[in-house]
Design a protein around this ligand. Structure first.
Ligand SMILES: [Zn+2]
Length: 320
């Protein structure tokens, strides 16, 4: 994660023009397109890496004063208005990347399944539209354990939806949520979230691969500690394609609020200050390194590019 630009520049000075050409060519690679396969499916061809962005639908919630913890409601409404969004009701999209890398087909998170609002739980439908059989998923890599990211692993009958997938979870996320003493001491409002982790993972503990954030999870997929949103929240960098692809999970919620205003804290951030620092650090690194950025709650194809904007950033989704 601590890629040192200064280190690269020193090396560049030593190697002179040859390095500069290599570096600039890398940065200037044309921005790829996302081709629409179906209304909830977009595909990005990165050469040796292929990304399919699959919508799991969306959730709606009224905007209340607590949604952004540290900004006055009037400022939040103004930011929504500026982005052309309604100010009374928030629409929060869910989008799951399916990445083919190193001969494996990997999902990042699994959506709401049968446990969200009626407008959510569309992953299976969109996998079908993409021509991807759930049985062909080799691995599922989880960013964190909030319900909208894990509930789709099992249906209401308890069956595993992706029967052949190996499961990879961040060790600190597992340790935090699977701690029975912590669940017993948790406030009533959080007990449901603890119960969901047990419904999803309870009988699987032996089969789940726990990795230390920072480690390579699978060939071509490096994990990056991004703690704050939850205690073990983790981002992933997929390497080997024409552009590096960052999936940053819930580093931001709605882009119009938290990409443009990275110092604002969404109510779901469990450690708001850590989450804020991660948001800035990952955004700055992605811009500097020219990474594509995908986020679970980003708009459009949910994969795109970042640029500086005022005191924050602007996310531009890839289109066709
Ligand atoms: Zn989420």
């Amino acid at each position: 994660m601590q890629l040192s630009r200064r280190g690269f520049l020193t090396a560049g000075a030593a190697f002179g023009a040859v390095w500069m050409m290599g570096g600039l060519t890398g940065c200037a690679a044309p921005t790829p397109r996302a081709s629409s396969v179906a209304p909830g499916v977009a595909r990005v061809d990165l050469g040796a890496v292929r990304v399919t962005m699959l919508s799991d639908g969306f959730g709606k919630r009224p905007l209340d004063a607590g949604f952004v913890r540290n900004a006055p409601l009037a400022e939040v409404q103004a930011a929504l208005r500026e982005a052309g969004l309604p100010t009374g009701t928030l629409t929060i999209p869910y989008t799951i990347p399916c990445v083919e890398v190193g001969g494996k087909r990997v999902l990042f998170d699994v959506g709401n399944g049968e446990f969200g609002q009626a407008t959510a739980g569309k992953l299976l439908e969109n996998l079908a539209a993409a021509g991807i059989d759930p049985k062909s998923i080799d691995a599922i890599v989880f960013s964190h354990f909030h319900g909208d990211h894990i509930n789709g692993l099992r249906n209401k009958a308890g069956a595993l939806v992706f029967p052949n997938a190996k499961l990879y979870v961040p060790e600190p996320e597992w340790a935090w949520w699977m701690d029975d003493a912590r669940m017993a001491a948790a406030p009533e409002a959080m007990k449901g979230a603890f119960a969901a982790t047990r419904r999803v993972f309870g009988q699987l503990s032996g089969a789940v691969q726990r990795f230390a954030p920072g480690a390579e999870v699978l060939p071509g997929i490096r994990s990056l500690a991004a703690f704050g949103h939850t205690p073990g929240h983790t981002a992933f960098l997929v390497e080997g394609g024409t552009r590096k692809f960052l999936f940053w999970g819930d580093t931001t919620n709605i882009a119009a609020l938290f990409v443009r205003h990275p110092d604002w804290a969404v109510s779901f951030d469990m450690d708001a200050e850590k989450a804020r620092l991660v948001r800035r650090q990952l955004s700055d690194t992605a811009i500097r390194e020219g990474w594509l950025v995908a986020g679970y709650h980003l708009p459009g194809s949910a994969v795109g590019t970042l640029a500086p904007r005022g005191t924050g950033y602007e996310f531009t989704p890839l289109g066709g």
